[in-house]
Design a protein around this ligand. Structure first.
Ligand code: ADP
Ligand code: MG
Length: 292
């Protein structure tokens, strides 16, 4: 039977937006030594704002935005949700798309009219085009903190859209308190290294691993586990589901988290509040002290 201190922790958590998947989840969380945090949507708000649209040839920015929104409408990536919201606010009329395909950690593509449209990472789009076509050479990306560029290609047209993501105001306090509790903190992200690096300094995390594909996030978690760490992975996206499953404890941000992530999670933080991770961790430690 489940010890009453564990049951009490589960009940208290449920009242405060922390859902433990059974008593084992409480006990496992109490054993954690390393916390791996996903960046987009977890450490940052994921509520990205569209700031600028550019096109080549110039003057076709409207077309770039319409195509991007038409394809991203079928994705639930934080970048896609931001673009979809932006398109709705502008009241854009979007064409139908077919053969939608999503490539985890890279981007999305679909047929619009009689041509294919790619939206996502520049390197991925160029690879998809087989090296024959590359993005405008003078479109260099300054990796400024919090800035994300989404690239678009359709035969004869390049576009790029600048979005800004903000670090959750409560993130710095959370990181500091988790470190004081003796936990090792690592940020995992598919984003570019330079864009992610400022987070390491700003938040004081021990390490940042950038430009990771979802399977590389899983590999990092396995590597730490094999070296004796007990890993809590905190994430929200569809592509976070495998890393949540690979971790000692998977923790999903609940309010906007994907179904796949929620299914793999041992702990769900409702209301999208990252600071609840600390509350959940402290709760699990207290419960375990009582039953020992
Ligand atoms: P993170 O680890 O920051 O959550 P992801 O692994 O989800 O990042 O994605 C890595 C990168 O792939 C993103 O920074 C983005 O450039 C690109 N990407 C992935 N999905 C999409 C999408 N639906 N639309 C545009 N870009 C995408
Ligand atoms: Mg993510």
């Amino acid at each position: 039977s489940i010890p009453s201190a564990i049951l009490a922790a589960i009940a208290w958590g449920a009242r405060h937006g922390i859902l433990f998947r059974g008593g084992a989840a409480v006990e496992k969380l109490a054993e954690v030594t390393l916390v791996a945090l996903d960046k987009t949507g977890t450490l940052t708000t994921g509520e990205l704002r569209v700031e600028r649209v550019e096109s080549r040839p110039a003057g076709r920015e409207g077309e770039v935005l319409v195509l991007a929104c038409a394809v991203e409408r079928w994705s639930n990536h934080p970048l896609a949700r931001a673009l979809t919201r932006h398109g709705k606010q502008l009241g854009l009329e979007l064409p139908e798309v077919s053969r939608f395909e999503s490539v985890t950690g890279q981007g999305v593509k679909a047929r619009v009219g009689d041509r294919l449209v790619w939206v996502g990472r520049r390197e991925w789009i160029e690879a998809e085009l087989g090296g024959g076509v590359s993005a405008p050479a003078d479109w260099v990306v300054g990796d400024r903190p919090g800035e994300v560029w989404v690239w678009l290609y359709r035969e004869g047209l390049w576009g790029r859209i600048l979005l800004r993501d903000e670090v959750r105001p409560e993130a710095a306090g959370l990181v500091e308190r988790l470190r004081r509790a003796g936990l090792r903190l690592v940020v995992l992200t598919g984003d570019r290294r330079a864009a992610a690096e400022h987070l390491r300094r700003e938040l004081g995390v021990d390490e940042i691993r950038a430009e990771l594909k979802p399977e590389e996030k899983v590999a990092a978690i396995r590597e730490w586990s094999e070296s004796g760490e007990r890993v809590a992975m905190v994430g929200d996206g569809v592509n976070d589901a495998p890393s949540l499953a690979a971790a000692h404890v998977g923790v999903a941000m609940g309010a906007r988290g994907s179904d796949a992530a929620l299914e793999q999670a041992d702990v769900v933080l409702m209301h999208d509040r990252i600071e609840n991770f600390l509350a959940a961790y402290e709760l699990s430690r207290r419960a375990r002290r009582i039953i020992r």
